[in-house]
Design a protein around this ligand. Structure first.
Ligand code: NBP
Length: 631
């Protein structure tokens, strides 16, 4: 479906001149509505008899048929006075046609003078006056005050008819920030938000209005108008709650989309849902990208880290805008790059969040120990985190420094926040995926479980009086040792997350570039840090094996392993919970021992279930069974 541009306004305002110029610029055919009058109408006009509404109706009807025909082919530019709303209604009666109304205006005196100056043109002041009297300026479309210099007016029209290249659905926390980010980078964007109930009326309009001093953002609460108003083929970015809402929006938009249009899901959808949706839409000719976006509200506004996955040609279509709105790495390159085929974008975002869960819990654990087992104040701990952050440049350490500094009525606000942590699923999904792939995900899983156990608030309140006798006195561990343990655990948490990506990439044939993924995570996202910068180089230097086998990581951990073991042990001995730190330590110890207790497990399995075992004195993949019945 193509666009028909209708330049409307009173006689002499410049419809024909500008219409022809516009048609040339857009490589479209130009039509003058006067040429569509019937012979009867033409005779009447020749005889100086004014046309009545009946005469006009047949003329407008034939024009509307022509408009439909032009819309079905390449589009066109039409000059037509269309002074009254009822005339315009007839012209646009076919819903399936995209009409762009361009209302040209100027005051009576200027037009009269202009017509008189065109020496050969007959000027009837009464006709012009009557046109001004019946004119009903449209409240939609584009309005252009005609300049003496038509080139200037054409420029204004061209700027205004630029249709939005991207339409954003869902003006929640992320959607609003992203829309402003896109508009700020000079990409025409339109927005839509559903009308859900009385409280949620005109969200899109109110949003556009509150930013109208900076950007012209077309805003809709009518889905059809929103979609038909987009440049074709259309690019739609959904920023709605993951789960049912995504399916609901897809179902709604499908009614108005055409083959070749593209839907992007910028939310945290489960990667298997993305796969299902992409498959279903493929059969309808609709392209689909799962676009992981990290950075929260502030990142979405100023530059998030973006992880798009799906068909590469679809990504290439939106690459300029996605790159433009993303954060920059230290070399000024966009923190946005094609991740891989299928559902890899959302998978990578999910693992990002898994690592994020682990990092958050680690910081929380060290805070908790220093606060309640070393009796330090939130203010003191914020200074300690600030020092740690001098070397780590970790976004999460940085925000925790601010959190601990914040006061309400002169009291640290952290003391007023209930110790029950919420979650939206990505951490748990990372664990489920690791279980499916047989990958050890100790730290991330422990961080999900830590949030789960935080929910048992009432039971924990009871339990604290039932298990007494543990020493909660001040535990003497130096800040140097605490930092070493934190750093070691954090390295192991990252290793675990990237190991899942490495295995998933092989399993799902995504060919993920781990160095590039680390680069995307060096800015804009929640887990950005100086260690992430280091990982870009570590993965870039041919490391295709487990991160804990890389020389630089080995150096990091060898330097800290004793402090790590002793510190976590001392903290636990004092009765302080350290779910992620101890999970990291156990992963590390299991990894570096060469042998583990798993031979006992395998023997037990063979004993009760004849599951067989491999032998240390035989090549791998040979399986043996023993008759364990000792008589
Ligand atoms: P919000 O909760 O702030 O906004 C959700 C949006 O989804 C609202 O515009 C809401 O419309 C719309 N929506 C819902 Br809910 N159900 C809908 C339906 N059935 N049809 C149409 N629209 C519907 O979420 P957000 O924080 O902006 O997050 C959006 C996505 O981005 C989520 O997947 C989230 O996990 C992800 N994400 C969030 C962050 C973050 O820091 N917040 C970071 C990275 C990714 P309404 O206004 O009418 O209710």
């Amino acid at each position: 479906m193509s666009t028909v541009y209708i330049l409307m306004g009173v006689a002499g305002v410049g419809k024909t001149t500008l219409g022809k110029m516009l048609a040339k610029e857009l490589s479209l055919s130009f039509y003058d509505a006067d040429d569509f009058h019937s012979q009867l109408n033409k005779n009447k006009m020749k005889a100086g008899t004014p046309l009545d509404d009946n005469d006009r109706e047949s003329w407008l009807n034939s024009l509307s048929i022509a408009i439909k025909k032009w819309g079905d082919s390449n589009g066109a530019v039409l000059a037509c006075s269309a002074l009254k709303e009822k005339y315009r209604k007839i012209l646009s009666r076919n819903d399936a046609v995209k009409i762009e109304w361009i209302y040209l205006y100027e005051d009576y005196e200027t037009i009269a003078k202009r017509i008189q100056q065109r020496k050969l043109h007959f000027f009837d002041p009464l006709l012009l006056k009557s046109q001004f009297e019946i004119l009903e300026p449209p409240t939609y479309g584009i309005t252009v005050k005609v300049e003496a210099n038509p080139e200037k007016s054409l420029k204004e029209i061209l700027e205004k008819i630029k249709r939005p290249e991207i339409g954003l659905i869902g003006l929640g926390v992320m959607g609003q920030s992203l829309a402003l980010n896109i508009a700020g980078k000079g990409y025409p964007v339109s927005v839509y938000n559903r009308q859900a109930g009385e409280k949620e009326k005109n969200i899109a309009q109110l949003f556009a209005k509150s930013h109208a001093h900076r950007f012209q953002i077309p805003a809709y609460d009518d889905l059809k108008k929103f979609i038909l108003g987009l440049e074709t083929p259309r690019n739609i970015l959904m920023m709605v709650k993951a789960g049912f809402a995504v399916d609901a929006v897809i179902e709604d938009v499908l009614a108005f989309l055409e083959p070749g249009d593209l839907i992007m899901d910028g939310g945290n959808s489960h990667f298997k849902d993305t796969e299902r949706r992409a498959e279903a839409l493929k059969s309808k000719g609709i392209k689909y990208l799962g676009v992981g976006i990290s950075g929260g509200e502030e990142g979405a506004l100023n530059g998030p880290s973006i992880m798009p996955g799906g068909v590469e040609s679809a990504y290439n279509r939106v690459k300029p805008v996605l790159e433009a709105i993303s954060a920059r790495d230290k070399h000024g390159e966009p923190c946005c790059a094609y991740i891989g085929s299928g559902t890899s974008g959302h998978y990578v975002k999910m693992v990002h969040n898994g690592i994020e869960y682990g990092e958050m819990q680690l910081i929380a654990e060290f805070y908790y120990f220093m606060r309640f087992f070393q009796q330090r104040s939130p203010e003191d701990i914020s200074e300690i985190f600030s020092e740690w952050n001098d070397s780590e440049r970790s976004y999460l350490l940085g925000i925790t420094y601010h959190i601990l500094k914040k006061k309400e009525a002169n009291e640290p606000i952290i003391d007023k926040i209930l110790d029950v942590a919420g979650q939206k699923g990505t951490g748990g999904w990372t664990t489920s995926s690791a279980l499916e792939l047989g990958v050890s995900l100790d730290t991330i899983t422990a961080s999900v479980m830590a949030r789960n156990i935080s929910g048992l608030k009432a039971q924990k309140e009871k339990a604290k009086d039932l298990y007494k006798g543990l020493n909660s006195n001040s535990v003497d561990i130096s800040l140097k040792n605490l930092f070493a343990a934190y750093k070691a655990a954090s390295i192991i948490n990252h290793s675990i997350g990237f190991e899942l990506l490495r295995i998933a990439s092989k399993e799902y044939k995504w060919n993920l570039n781990l160095s590039e993924i680390a680069r995307l995570w060096t800015n804009g996202c929640i887990i950005r840090s100086s260690f992430m910068e280091e990982l870009v180089e570590i993965f870039g230097s041919e490391n295709e094996d487990h991160l804990l086998l890389h020389p630089r990581v080995i150096d990091h951990l060898n330097m800290r392993k004793l402090q790590f073991i002793n510190t976590v042990a001392e903290i636990q001995k004092a009765g302080c919970p350290m779910q992620v730190s101890s999970a990291a330590l156990n992963y590390f110890l299991n990894f570096i021992r060469g042998n583990t207790s798993a031979n006992i497990i395998q023997a037990q399995r063979d004993y009760f279930g004849a599951h067989t075992y491999e032998r240390t004195d035989k090549p791998r993949r040979n399986f043996f069974h023993t008759n364990w019945n000792i008589k």
